[in-house]
Design a protein around this ligand. Structure first.
Ligand SMILES: C[S@@+](CC[C@H](N)C(=O)[O-])C[C@H]1O[C@@H](n2cnc3c(N)ncnc32)[C@H](O)[C@@H]1O
Length: 279
């Protein structure tokens, strides 16, 4: 297995938020897990910046509506996939690399009764297990940063999209080159692979055979969100310390603190890109 892929799996196998933790929290607050509604999961299952509003932005850019066939690249615990199915009536297939997250996503989807419209499939977005021209839209949020060959993932998106189909995604971008020490910290702590500037990312989308419909810089927006996230991770760190810190958590925390500093300094940031498969 490609070592870059292995690192992403290792990172997400020990991620502080899991299906078990979400269900334990819900059980503690409501007393039981019977009759869970999708809305009850949404405060817990969105592993990207900007929560549900970020999904709405992608849905709008990609023209997602009733019956739209969507592939969600790097679907995580399936939060965005369930939201797009529940709120817009889309039919969503999530592609997710980490087996524990696939299992967790399937369990959460079953618990809220969305399994007819949401499938989470174990797979690698560099080799997507879907047929050519089989979907209307590809979405992805804050995940391609882990993918060592983004060019290949974009080519896979183009392959599975029908003509006129759209890709809409958010990802980390590097406005300035990172120092070798920061690159190593991000890699060791969060399995971050090569990052692009926003113009270079747009070029990559174009090279993959898309007409670029829009490119937005989300860095300022993310700065505020990340400060809140860091506070949440600080709290989680205290909880995990009390329960015995799992391996890798310190490296994650250290790299996250540095990541937030780099975003605030404008060296790292986020972007939302939208492309249309012209032919
Ligand atoms: C930050 S999470 C985002 C999850 C989801 N997009 C969301 O917004 O809730 C990144 C996810 O990408 C997955 N991932 C990383 N590399 C991948 C790859 N090559 N193919 C498929 N999934 C991948 C990880 O396992 C992880 O679940």
């Amino acid at each position: 297995m490609n070592p870059d892929i292995r690192s992403a799996i290792d990172f997400y196998e020990r991620h502080p938020i899991s299906c078990e933790i979400i269900l334990a929290r819900l059980e503690a607050s409501r007393g039981h897990l019977d009759g869970l509604e999708p809305e009850e999961l949404f405060p817990h299952d969105q592993d990207h910046y900007g929560g549900l509003a970020a999904n709405d932005a992608l849905a709008e850019h990609a023209h997602i509506g009733e019956g739209t066939r969507v592939a969600d690249f790097c679907a995580g615990l399936g939060g965005p996939a369930r939201y797009l199915a529940h709120r817009y009536g889309a039919d969503v297939t999530g592609i997710e690399l980490t087996p524990a997250r696939v299992k967790g996503a399937q369990e959460l989807t079953r618990r809220v009764g969305l399994q007819d419209r949401v499938r989470i499939v174990e797979g690698n977005v560099m080799q997507v297990p879907l047929a050519d021209a089989s979907v209307d839209v590809v979405v992805s949020q804050e995940a391609l940063l882990h993918v060592p060959d983004k060019r290949r993932a974009l080519a896979q998106a183009r392959r599975i999209l029908k003509r006129g189909g759209r890709i809409a995604f958010t990802d980390w971008v590097a406005h300035r080159p990172l120092s070798a020490a920061d690159r190593e910290l991000m890699w060791q702590g969060m399995a971050v692979t090569e990052l692009y500037t926003l113009p270079a990312y747009a070029e990559l989308v174009r090279d993959a055979g898309f007409a670029v419909a829009s490119v937005e810089d989300l860095t300022r927006e993310w700065g505020a969100i990340l400060t809140q996230r860091l506070a949440m991770y600080r709290k989680l760190r205290e909880e995990t310390r009390a329960a015995g810190t799992p391996a890798g958590h310190d490296a994650f925390y250290e790299s996250y603190v540095r990541f937030v500093d780099l975003v605030k300094a404008g060296h790292l940031g986020g972007g939302r890109l939208v492309g249309v498969k012209a032919e």
